[in-house]
Design a protein around this ligand. Structure first.
Ligand SMILES: [Co+2]
Length: 525
């Protein structure tokens, strides 16, 4: 999920699409200083990037539409391979070839010297499995979870595949900056981890493994022609099954976002919405899992037309840059500057017109607390934000949005996402219907986000909690009253201008005392 909606200006409900007045901010930004974003990188990282840059230039010569191909691990120094896949190489070319309908159609052009690459990021090309996603934007095989003993399609709850205490570790990165170099070997910091964090890591890793398996399965059936409401329902049912939903102790963390094209975030179909995915769409799939309140927030972008490859790559590499630059005591604004630097080094040609890729200036990543998807800190994706620092023990969702539009979102379209305010005031509710709905929301979702579709299920959002008698009837007025009284926040879709395209990639990372763990990293992105 994107945060924070509090920063969205130009609140717009009924204005015709594409007619926002220009607020003039855009122009002020152009041409400003961009120098500071690299200062946090180690020489080693820069060397790795240069190495990869050379490799990529080679690749550009041979296959210009290769952005779906798994990136080679640049120096062989990648740390913290995702569990169980080291040494197993599939056929990465298979992933690149599948769905390739117009090699050469998608040109990757850079405005300036590339400051990019997944150096230091192990993306596990290939891996186990045999099935390739119909969509672009992900690498490897959709059935790669068979290496853990999972069935294809997956049916075994993830907790039955691993011993407690042994859920797979995410990708391990060193904290950036010289002042952090002691951490990875510090005996004191390791002792701190053993004492304070061991149980927590395992729960977060379980949620992350569920996310990986659910999304891998989704990547196998997301193709043009699917009804988005069916896609979301199928994904959410699998999420409940693999996490072994148990009320607020384990389950879905927020509604399945499937925002299309100029819609950047917070769209999921309400009942009656028959939108069908098309070959020319750019869809952000953003969903969450939670185990005892530890939330994994992770997203990728689906497209089928190779002309969008550079847009997807921009967001993917910008997210990876954000991850590489994140660490204890790093100011959030410097992470944002590094993200923007990478994002805006891309341009994309769509139907003969070349667009610069813009970092969305009013969307951000965010820290995550227990049952609290937006716990107060924002990770900007442009330079110039506040210099609050990341701290030990914090979870962050690093998410970036690249746009061919204005690079600025407004609220628009019908609302589907809602969330009880974690700091909700105690407001006396006169209407019994509103009291009843609030009680249902509190027991079923707590402070986790939910959508209208879930209220209308027979179980009202959780069979564990409500059995088959949870369905909410004629609740729209009551829901509006809860929103008006500040108890529940409405989170409407966030949109750039109509006709534009937005791509997003997102991972959840943990500021461990010794290292940064990219909990949700997979062999797909
Ligand atoms: Co998020």
């Amino acid at each position: 999920m994107a945060g924070p909606v509090g920063e969205v200006d130009n609140l717009k409900v009924d204005a015709p699409p594409g007619e926002e007045a220009d607020d003039g901010e855009e122009d002020a930004e152009e041409g400003a200083d961009t120098a500071s974003s690299l200062q946090g990188r180690s020489q080693k990282q820069q060397r790795q990037e240069e190495t990869q840059e050379e490799q990529e230039e080679e690749e550009d010569k041979t296959a210009s539409a290769a952005s779906q191909a798994p990136a080679p691990s640049p120096t062989g120094e990648a740390k913290g391979d995702v569990e169980g896949v080291d040494g197993e190489e599939g056929d990465p070319d298979a992933a690149a070839d599948a769905g390739e309908t117009g090699a050469g159609a998608a040109k990757k052009r850079k405005k300036k010297k590339k400051k990019k690459g997944s150096a230091g990021v192990s993306t596990c090309p290939g891996g186990t499995g045999s099935k390739v996603a119909p969509a672009r934007g992900v690498t490897g095989f959709t059935d790669s979870y068979v290496r853990h003993g999972q069935t294809e399609p997956p049916t075994i709850p993830v907790e039955d595949l691993f011993e407690e205490g042994s859920f797979p570790e995410g990708e391990i990165l060193e904290h950036p900056r010289d002042f952090n170099s002691f951490r990875i070997t510090s005996e004191e910091k390791r002792a701190e981890e053993r004492l304070q964090y061991a149980g927590l890591y395992d729960k977060a890793r379980k949620a992350a493994e569920v996310h990986r398996q659910v999304r891998r399965h989704a990547q196998s059936y997301i193709k043009p022609g699917i009804k988005l409401i069916d896609m979301c329902t199928t994904l959410e049912e699998k999420n409940r099954e693999l996490v072994r939903e148990n009320g607020l102790d384990a389950g879905i963390a927020f509604p399945t976002g499937c925002s299309l094209n100029h819609v950047a975030a917070h769209y999921t179909p309400n009942n009656g919405d028959d939108t069908v995915l098309k070959h020319g769409d750019v869809m952000k799939v953003d969903f969450g899992t939670q185990v005892e309140g530890h939330i994994i927030d992770c997203a990728w972008t689906v497209s089928f037309d190779p002309q969008f490859d550079p847009l997807l790559e921009a967001a993917r590499e910008a997210t990876n840059a954000g991850i590489r630059n994140a660490g204890i005591d790093v100011p959030l604004n410097e992470v944002g500057a590094a993200i923007q630097e990478v994002m805006e080094s891309y341009e994309v040609e769509i139907n003969g017109t070349t667009y610069p890729v813009k970092s969305m200036r009013n969307l951000t990543g965010h820290n995550i607390g227990p049952y609290d998807i937006h716990a107060g800190k924002s990770v900007p994706i442009v330079k110039g934000g506040d210099s609050t620092r990341m701290e030990e023990g914090e979870f962050f969702a690093i998410e970036t949005f690249g746009s061919t539009g204005r690079g600025h979102v407004v609220e628009d379209l019908e609302c589907s996402h809602y969330m009880k305010d974690i700091n909700a005031p105690r407001v006396p509710l006169r209407l019994p219907k509103a009291r009843q709905l609030l009680s249902h929301i509190s027991k079923t979702f707590g402070t986790l986000a939910f959508c209208r579709r879930w209220l209308e299920r027979p179980d009202g959002g959780s069979a564990t909690i409500n059995g088959v008698s949870g369905k909410q009837e004629k609740y729209v007025g009551a829901l509006k009253q809860l929103c008006d009284s500040g108890l529940v926040n409405a989170l409407p879709p966030l949109c750039d201008v109509r006709g534009s395209y937005v791509a997003q990639y997102e991972h959840t990372i943990l500021m461990r005392p010794t290292c940064v763990e990219v909990l949700s990293r997979g062999d797909d992105f």
